[in-house]
Design a protein around this ligand. Structure first.
Ligand code: DC
Length: 234
């Protein structure tokens, strides 16, 4: 078996999912966007009115966890799997700034992480998976064959995310987006449980001044090297 596990972590809006999708498609691997799962739970909390006046009712959310069903279904038109919350496709809704505002709060709840990490480990148990997130190389798959850690200057990341949101028709300002990117980086890196941090054996990719094509070629080369080594070792 020469299929490997690829863990991609890094700061918000560093293009983790773009690179993960490209890699999965090229290698014929499964792509899992773990952030989509935290976002879907946040959407649940918003819809169930567990977030009111900026306050999240953590206890109620924890109590609701057993009745929240998350699933990914491949969309052939888009070429990747979309996330479903209790059997409804929520891929569009989870990308809204409203969800981005609260997702780090939801993601710092230990019970939430326990539930989602277990699902993620199950999805990756047969290898041949590319998963992106914040704790994939450190907690979900500490034994991953290849770990990448993506970073880029905050204003560059906010500019990319801002354009994406505008293209989707969301009414946001650049300042709001930048503030959210910096806020999430802060919470994600300083939370008590599974904070965002580079795994010791992760390869850092700073894409502040790197084009998508160049980045993909570089990462694919690295992945192929690891896969070939694994074949030799087998
Ligand atoms: O990758 P993203 O920006 O869509 O993720 C949304 C949030 O979910 C992010 O701010 C932190 C949280 N997250 C996490 O805590 N652990 C992960 N493995 C993935 C995401």
């Amino acid at each position: 078996m020469s299929k490997i596990t690829i863990a991609i972590d890094g700061y918000s809006s560093t293009g983790k999912s773009t690179i993960a999708r490209q890699l999965a498609e090229t290698l014929g691997y499964i792509y899992v966007d773990s952030g989509a799962m935290y976002r879907a739970l946040t959407l649940y909390a918003l819809r169930a009115e567990l977030i009111q006046n900026d306050v999240l009712d953590k206890e109620k959310l924890i109590q609701s966890l057993p009745s929240i069903f998350l699933q990914f279904t491949f969309n052939p038109k888009k070429g990747y799997a979309e996330v479903y919350l209790n059997n409804k496709n929520v891929e569009g809704d989870i990308r809204k700034l409203e969800v981005s505002k609260y997702v780090s709060r939801v993601a710092e709840i230990p019970e939430v992480r326990r539930k989602l990490v277990a699902i993620q480990q199950e999805m990756g148990k047969n290898k041949g998976v590319v998963m992106d997130g914040r704790d994939i190389g450190t907690v979900v798959f500490p034994e991953a064959d290849l770990k990448l850690f993506l970073t880029a200057a905050p204003d560059k990341r906010a500019t990319r995310r801002y354009k994406e949101l505008l293209e989707r028709g969301d009414e946001v300002t650049f300042e709001e987006v930048l503030e959210n990117v910096e806020f999430r980086d802060h919470i994600d890196s300083t939370r008590a449980v599974s904070p965002l941090k580079k795994a010791e054996d992760a390869i850092v990719i700073d894409n502040t001044d790197m084009g998508l094509k160049e980045q993909f070629e570089r990462v694919l080369n690295i992945a192929n090297r690891v896969i070939n080594q694994k074949k030799k070792d087998a």
